[in-house]
Ligand binder design. Structure first.
Ligand code: NAP
Length: 286
């Protein structure tokens, strides 16, 4: 049985990946931070699925997980790693606390690197593949989302470097770029947007509040009508199992269209498209 580690499997895309890989015969080590999330996964999966504690910002939890996985997979090593865990936090750059920015980079960029480094010996042993879940925001900027955009752009670059370094060793690194996917993330974004606006000084709240609210409404309403997380999980499954895995997987509602526009439009015109999209609710499109 081939083994794979997936981070951030308590909900959304990570949970869909863990369950789809389980259904397709993988032994899944599913990263969670709460026991209750591990139990919920166990109830939905085969007996082969093992919840493991992974907080991607906590090196002790990463090393304990790597040791546990090493003991259980032995000489076979790992067939795959899916770096999926991630968070967003909306805030205008002018008011962004540096510690908040650092924490977002820690979860979305340093975390995947730390998990990858800890598992590389096992991945090399198993000639495993890596699938890094970035975002359309990894190639196209979104206002009010500097930490997320910077981290996801960074994760795209890191993934490209890793692929170049590992390809001679028979390993593949794929980049999975979701568009709008219906997950918990949109509810978290709505909550965080309200918290951010409350935390801003009055002048900044009146300057940026309307943009923040419009962006949250746009992302949230598009994500509510977005793809099922299974759509992204199918791309991850392809990346880990296909004879001809792709390098990039734009996947889920709007991803391909947005990335084609990013490629063909001059920067100024693309800015215009993004600014319009960032203030346009999906409800207005219907
Ligand atoms: N939904 C979309 O439209 C969309 C679009 C583009 C990209 N993505 C990317 O897809 C990935 C999954 O997002 P999702 O939409 O499925 O959101 P989600 O349902 O909110 O899932 C996020 C997962 O990340 C975990 N996580 C957060 N911080 C963590 C940490 N420090 N250590 C370990 N795990 C942590 C969460 O665990 P807890 O429950 O313990 O917090 C949760 O399992 C993210 O990388 C996101 O950037 C999503």
């Amino acid at each position: 049985m081939k083994s794979v580690v997936v981070t951030g499997t308590s909900s959304g895309i990570g949970r869909a990946c863990a369950l789809m890989l389980d259904r397709n015969g993988f032994r899944v080590f599913a990263g969670v931070r709460k026991g209750v999330d591990g139990e919920s996964l166990r109830a939905a999966a085969s007996e082969a699925l093992t919840p493991v504690n992974i907080d991607v910002t906590d090196s002790e939890s990463i090393h304990a997980m790597a040791e546990q996985v090493a003991r259980e997979v032995g000489d076979a090593g790992l067939a795959g790693l899916v770096n999926n865990a991630g968070t967003t936090l909306p805030c205008p750059v002018e008011c962004l606390p540096l510690d908040t920015f650092r924490h977002q980079l820690e979860v979305n960029l340093v975390g995947p690197l730390a998990v990858t480094q800890a598992l590389l010996p096992l991945l090399l042993r198993g000639r495993g593949r890596i699938a890094n879940v970035t975002s359309v925001a990894g190639r196209a900027a979104v206002p009010m989302m500097a930490p997320y955009v910077a981290a996801k752009h960074g994760l795209e670059g890191l993934s490209d470097v890793l692929r170049l370094e590992l390809s001679d060793l028979g390993m593949h690194v794929a980049i999975v770029e979701p568009g709008f996917v219906s997950t918990e993330m949109r509810h978290k974004l709505e909550r965080d947007t309200e918290d951010t606006i409350r935390s801003l000084p009055p002048t900044a709240a009146s300057r940026y509040g309307p943009q923040l609210m419009a962006l949250a409404d746009s992302i949230s309403s598009h994500a509510a009508q977005g793809s099922s997380p299974d759509v992204v999980a199918k791309s991850v499954l392809h990346a880990l199992t296909s004879d001809k895995p792709r390098i990039r997987y734009p996947t889920g509602a709007g991803a391909r269209r947005m990335l084609i526009l990013r490629r063909i439009l001059p920067d100024r015109q693309f800015d215009h498209v993004v600014r319009r999209a960032a203030t346009r609710s999906a409800r207005a499109d219907n």
